[in-house]
Write a protein that binds this ligand. Structure first.
Ligand code: ZN
Length: 428
């Protein structure tokens, strides 16, 4: 009989190493056939063998007249101790209680000289029970033939499926609860199922797909994904606009939107306070929102865009104007403005989500006042090459100026007066 268990070995005499580390072991018991004696009787000798990772060949213990004691008081908890006379060692065993009970009963039968099925193991040739291999945590698929027919191991933490013309992200992938890294770049995905938002992904690579055709970005507002996603790559997807729900992924550190067709970034981008690296090269950006300055960006790549001067109509049209019916009550707006101007710290547990959205996503005047969805008295202006003092590394095409859109809360605002003196021509 063999059992898989954890063991500790203590020498009763030397007491060296009093609390040894428990190691995964195989414990075996059985008869060892001895050569025939002078009378032609084969003699059988009972033996126990302990296999550990340190001793793969096994340590052999005689059983007859060699058991000093057997402690079974905690056998129902899956613990027992067998003391040997030679060597003077105590073997502490921890394992499944039923298996342990069976093993101790077999030992008892053997000590009484009885025969039992469990003792018919050829102990001389016994080997350790193979330990279960580590569960699979990573999988990379780069050919269609490698796509698993029987499904994905539930234990996967990292999954890469690239360049296999994948049309659809299966529900099964969206339900791999242990997944933290997903790369499905270079496929033909046009849609991401909302269920993906239930995964605690830290890194998601979707580059080189066709998600620009998708209008359903609900997966970005999944609470698990929101709370975990640090790196998102949406480059080369034909995006013509910045997905509004993207600003809900507040943990984002790196955002790659290179090689799309974006014309504007929203003012609400200032919600991404953890963002350190923003890549928007090779788009059609005409300007950047001044809100970029509210972030703490280390790397901003805006190379290869179409920065251009003020076009009042176009500039106003990209700012979301909220229909009167959907305007938050003036009280909400007052509350949001108060939290913002007094710099009161807040979290999802202390403020309602509506208020957090107002505070963190509304355009902000240069004077610091929140301008919710640009009310009629607010002004939108575009200035040339603003100083982005918070950005450490800025990459842009030298032949073009960078333009930035600023929001001003009204002609009486001090920031308006300042800008007016700086950019006399642009301000009427
Ligand atoms: Zn102002």
């Amino acid at each position: 009989m063999k059992i898989l268990c954890e063991t500790q070995l203590v020498n009763r005499v030397t007491q060296a190493n009093r609390t040894p580390r428990a190691v995964k072991s195989t414990l075996a018991i059985g008869y060892k056939q001895r050569a025939s004696d002078a009378n032609g009787n084969t003699k059988k000798e009972l033996e126990m063998v302990l296999f550990t990772p340190q001793n793969k060949a096994g340590t052999r213990y005689k059983v007859h007249d060699n058991i000093h004691c057997v402690h079974t008081k905690f056998v129902l908890d899956g613990k027992a101790t067998i003391g040997f006379k030679q060597p003077t060692e105590n073997l502490l065993i921890k394992c499944d209680p039923i298996q342990l009970k069976g093993f101790l009963q077999t030992l008892k039968l053997g000590m009484e000289g009885k025969d039992a099925i469990n003792l018919r193991l050829n102990i001389a040739a016994a080997t350790a029970i193979p330990q279960k291999a580590q569960p699979q945590q990573r999988m990379t698929i780069t050919k269609r033939s490698e796509y698993p027919i029987k499904g994905f191991p539930r234990t996967l933490k990292s999954l890469t499926i690239t360049n296999i013309q994948l049309m659809k992200l299966s529900f099964e992938v969206c339900s791999l609860r242990n997944l933290t890294v997903l790369d499905v770049s270079g496929n033909k995905l046009t849609k991401i199922p909302p269920e993906l938002g239930r995964l605690s992904l830290t890194s998601l690579t979707l580059s080189g797909n066709a998600l620009g055709e998708d209008k359903d970005w609900r997966w970005m507002s999944g609470s698990k994904l929101n709370a975990s996603l640090c790196d998102l790559d949406l480059s080369a997807n034909g995006l013509s606009y910045f997905p509004p729900l993207l600003v809900k992924c507040e943990r984002l550190v790196t955002l790659n939107l290179n090689h799309n067709r974006l014309r504007h970034l929203p003012f609400s981008i200032r919600r991404l306070q953890k963002l350190r690296s923003l890549h928007v090269s090779s788009n059609k950006l005409e300007s950047l929102p001044a809100a970029i300055e509210d972030l703490h960006i280390d790397v901003l790549d805006v190379w290869g865009n179409c920065f251009q001067g003020f076009n009042a109509e176009a500039a106003q049209s990209h700012v979301r104007r909220v229909p009167a019916a959907h305007m938050p009550s003036p009280l909400w707006l007052q509350a949001a403005r108060a939290v913002s101007s007094y710099k009161i710290s807040y979290s999802a547990t202390t403020l309602p989500a509506v208020l957090i959205q107002l505070i963190s996503e509304s355009p902000k005047c240069l004077c610091g006042k929140l301008c919710y969805a640009l009310s009629p008295e607010d002004l939108l202006q575009r200035v040339i090459q603003p100083k982005f003092t918070n950005i450490k590394n800025l990459t842009y095409s030298r032949e073009h100026q960078i333009y930035s859109d600023v929001v001003l809360c009204g002609p009486k605002c001090c920031a308006y007066q300042q800008l007016r003196s700086l950019f006399n021509i642009m301000f009427p």
